[in-house]
Design a protein around this ligand. Sequence first.
Ligand code: RIB
Ligand code: CA
Length: 320
Amino acid sequence: MTEKIKVIMDCDPGIDDALAMAYVAANQDVLELLAITSVSGNQSIEKVTRNALDLSEFYGLNVPVAEGAHEPLVREPQFAGEVHGNTGLGNCVLPKAEKQVEKENAVLFLHKILSELPEGEQAVLVPTGPLTNIALLLKTFPEIKSRIREIVFMGGAAKGGNVTPAAEFNIYADPEAAQIVCKAGVPLVMCGLDVTTQCFLTKNQIAKLCQSNNEVAKVCGDMAGFYISQPYNKYKGTVNVHDAVPFMYLVHPEFFSGEKAKISTDCSEGVSRGSTLCDFRWWNYKEEEMNALVLNKADTEQFQQHLISAIYELGETRKS
Ligand code: RIB
Ligand code: CA
């Protein structure tokens, strides 16, 4: 029996964070979710923490939720209400969770969870929002790096951007935090737009989810339906489920491929603020300096099938 992968989800739900959490909940035979931490990003910390509590309870995830950074390290918060709606989950209204948020802040809670791992064991951090909490953890408790197997994050882009032509939202929102993570020397897997734009659901696939009498499928379909109805996605007729990619990479690495690079983040105020510079020139660096695997290829069909079946399976198992 292969060991489960211990993971911690650091998120800013957020519609694609919500679908990613459903995927995790349906794959607990492979992923051992130790905790969920929230970070200001798509919406305010109050809203994303509320959403993390309600989603995890709705999905039947019996894991602690800790509230993280209220703002980026330096920059002003820039929420994405035009993409994820005023609540952060489109028009979806979930039952209010009974469980309460942890009394400790996410940074202290991350340190506690990682420090209390059995000797020699490590966990994978999976941030799907701005990297503020992760940067604070690494700067406050540098010794904790030895308990982190790798950081598999949704963010950045070797080419292009979404929130600007040069930058992806999670990195743009807190470029200083991203730079701290890039330079920390921890093994990284960057699930940037290069790969997440290949990981989408179509209008028809979303319509089928919405028409389902499977409760989880209906909720995920309604959220994705809101996402696809926004001007930002409408013209494409598809919606990128960015945040499910890091988790599916952990469960099915064979669906993805990429290239090693040394990555850094533009922390200027200029037009390239928040861009991720991926340096693939391996001959210029020692192996340990090329500490990021930048994913650039996904099997779109496998992604769609596995995400959709995970959502339906979760709906079935939740009932039982
Ligand atoms: O650029 C996409 C990322 O920004 C996703 O994580 C989405 O949820 C938003 O946080
Ligand atoms: Ca997110």
